[in-house]
Design a protein around this ligand. Structure first.
Ligand code: HEC
Length: 131
């Protein structure tokens, strides 16, 4: 019985999380990703491995949420696109961590750019944004 109750709680919490994921939270998470990207860049530029790795782990936690859909009609891209982009970004984050640990900062930066380009590719799909 206890297990069932805990299970129901978890289910409830999950449902709540998905439903509560709205524009405001997405913008907040996006800002957190921007901060994590800045941390990675700062770590690379100041040769501060700890900072760069902290940035990668912060980015990893939030980047996972890119694929969480809001209501479909609110998004200018498909859930499939968001999922694939998330996977690509997650892969590149791991490459950055490995390269930073090996002191290969040019290679780390190449992956950093790949991620940044993924961010921009999706943003280019947002119709209300004019550049
Ligand atoms: C699959 C799509 C997608 C990807 C990938 C993506 N974003 Fe976004 N981003 C959005 C959406 C949607 C918004 C919100 C636009 C709005 O509602 O104004 C946004 C907004 C932002 C904003 C502005 C937040 C604000 O204050 O309004 C920043 C900063 C941002 N993203 C950073 C990033 C970074 C950094 C990455 C890559 C690590 C990234 N985004 C990847 C979809 C994406």
């Amino acid at each position: 019985m206890k297990k069932v109750i805990v299970g129901l709680f978890t289910l409830g919490a999950l449902t709540l999380t998905v439903h509560a994921y709205d524009k405001v939270e997405r913008r907040h998470d996006m800002q957190m990703m921007e901060a994590a990207m800045a941390q990675i860049q700062n770590g690379i530029l100041s040769n501060n491995q700890k900072m760069a790795l902290q940035g990668t782990s912060n980015l990893k936690v939030i980047a996972n949420k890119i694929e969480i859909p809001q209501s479909k009609s609110e998004l200018d891209y498909s859930p499939k696109y968001a999922k694939e982009t998330t996977q690509d970004i997650m892969k590149q984050i791991d490459v950055i961590s490995d390269k930073v640990e090996d002191g290969k900062l040019h290679s780390a930066t190449a992956s950093y750019s790949k991620i940044l380009n993924k961010c921009i590719s999706c943003h280019n799909k947002i119709r209300t944004w004019n550049y």
